[in-house]
Design a protein around this ligand. Structure first.
Ligand code: SF4
Length: 84
């Protein structure tokens, strides 16, 4: 996908630290297309890379234990949590 100026739409890498995830399911509620809980109630990103978007950002921001990390797919720059 490209925007009106021909730039590629920003993409993010999505990772869940399953050693931290407590299985609250809030990420699935915020971004049902972005996350799934497995049978052990551990969250997994549906895809390791996704188009940048409000829902996946809201899921990361809403995770009570900050288990979700978003990075820019091209540069690797931190999206969430933001760099200090
Ligand atoms: S919101 Fe965070 S703790 Fe809850 S299921 Fe998703 S990744 Fe796990």
């Amino acid at each position: 996908m490209a925007d009106a100026e021909g730039r590629a739409a920003e993409r993010w890498r999505v990772a869940v630290d399953r050693g931290v995830c407590i299985g609250s399911g809030m990420c699935v509620g915020a971004a049902p297309d972005g996350f799934r809980l497995d049978t052990a109630r551990q969250s997994h990103p549906v895809a390791t890379e996704t188009e940048a978007g409000e829902r996946v950002l809201a899921a990361a921001e809403g995770c009570p234990v900050e288990a979700i990390t978003l990075t820019a797919a091209d540069s690797g720059a931190a999206v969430f949590p933001p760099e200090e």
